[in-house]
Ligand binder design. Sequence first.
Ligand code: FAD
Length: 558
Amino acid sequence: MLRITDLRLPLDHSERALTDAVLARLRIDAADLTGFTVAKRSYDARKRGGIVLIYSLDVDTPREAELLAREQAGVEPAASSKRDKGPADTSKVLRTPDTEYKFVARAPAALPLRPIVIGMGPCGLFVGLVLAQMGFRPIILERGKAVRERTVDTFGLWRKRVLNPESNVQFGEGGAGTFSDGKLYSQISDKQHHGRKVLTEFVKAGAPEEILYVSKPHIGTFRLVSMVENMRATIESLGGEIRFSQRVEDVLIEDGKVRGVSLADGQQLRADHVVFAIGHSARDTFAMLHQRGVFMEAKPFSIGFRIEHPQSLIDAARFGPQAGHPILGAADYKLVHHCRNGRSVYSFCMCPGGTVVAAASEPGRVVTNGMSQYSRNERNANAAIVVGITPEDYKAYDDSGSPLAGVALQRHWEAQAFALGGGEYEAPGQTVGDFLAGRASTALGAVQPSYTPGVRLSDLSASLPDYAIAAIREALPAFDKQIKGFALPDAMLTGVETRTSSPVRITRGADGHSLNTRGLFPAGEGAGYAGGILSAAVDGIRTAEAVALSILGDAARA
Ligand code: FAD
């Protein structure tokens, strides 16, 4: 197959135009075109009213070798093809890369001890799936409940203000991203195409096929629930085992090597290979690992608020007269501003047409995040607007030198948000106009906040450190220059966003083992090796490979 990359066509092109563009680009007749599929579709919206679709296509033609040789010899595409396509032709023709996943190992017939995977978020799910596919029959231990029961508990907080600390937005089958926008893109380097394996498995589990080719795929929360169930069934059918409501409370380490884990109900499980895919909110488990001497270090993360605008405002600013086009869907954005005080403010986890959600996992604390359905047709657009912070900033909350000082900072401001929200899990909120003017809000404007169980109008300057408030006050008008209306006085801020990524890194070596504890594999977002669903899942695949190779190495030495 040949891959044509960067083929540009106007937004409203006809179906036939794509075929014509292929024929023109390759300078072949229709008889030489067996067929083609879309490998990737993105858009360039920089030119107002002139949005261009950008395709990568996989083309099947009997003249493949000849065309590839011609391309490699550097022969320019025909002038006529450049003229026909309208938008400038920067396309290239290459051999279609082989993106099929290749397993690195196969379990030995007699497996001494089964590997244990702690956590069933996207990382643990893919560690478990790939280990099961290689025949290693993993045991997955998840502190939260199976996804349907977990949904009931999560709605318990959103609708009835009842938080279950073991079953919530952060904890339970599917992990933190289950009630989310289900955005599936990442900027990680992925030379081995592990991301493709993740997307392919998601499609097998029920995700829409388009996630395989659109540039910014998303699934939405509704489908994620059944996908997670289907993946669980696959793991079980391959001999894996999944145990819910099983919180790992301790790790057994002898002579610098893992020997097993202890569970909250008193059980002990022996294992020489234990993956910790525990996410960024397992603060008790971080503390336990630290106490047991597992090497970890504080790492930077970000704090801020959720901002909500009418989605129509974002669509108009991004797409102009082409807003509402079905291929484009609800518009997103990505913004960065470098402030005078040296801080950087950026938008994060933007959820077009979605809602702001309560994402606390500890009693007496308020945390925000965002989610949406596949249709993304709620009235508001929301995104986190966050300020980067570093371990230097954590010392004001814990100056003991502990790698967990970032957790102290998070807890401080999450408790403050809880208090400002009135102590019943409402979140403090303020209009952008009032926030910029430095006065507490007393009335909502046109933008209704979507956070449930509710928003209490407040002065958000008391909900984050002064440097963060100053940075966000400077950034919002700067963002307004990029997206007209971003600093709309009626836009709504809800606080606080403190779980953007893990405050610690449980450092591992190139072989995937913890730096000082053999057999302990820190993985995913909680260990500081991923940020988001796709990158956590990719890290899960890499970790499964590391575990498999380690088991085979041990077996060969025995
Ligand atoms: P997690 O998903 O956090 O999973 C860790 C699991 O480990 C949890 O299920 C937890 O219960 C379990 N666990 C923890 N400690 C123990 C223990 N001691 N014993 C047993 N089990 C334990 N990312 C995106 O890319 N796109 C999005 O649209 C998106 N939206 C989001 C929306 C929300 C509301 C939230 C909260 C997050 C969102 N994210 C999104 C972030 C994404 O969910 C995370 O990056 C991802 O889930 C991290 O995967 P993980 O497997 O490393 O950890």
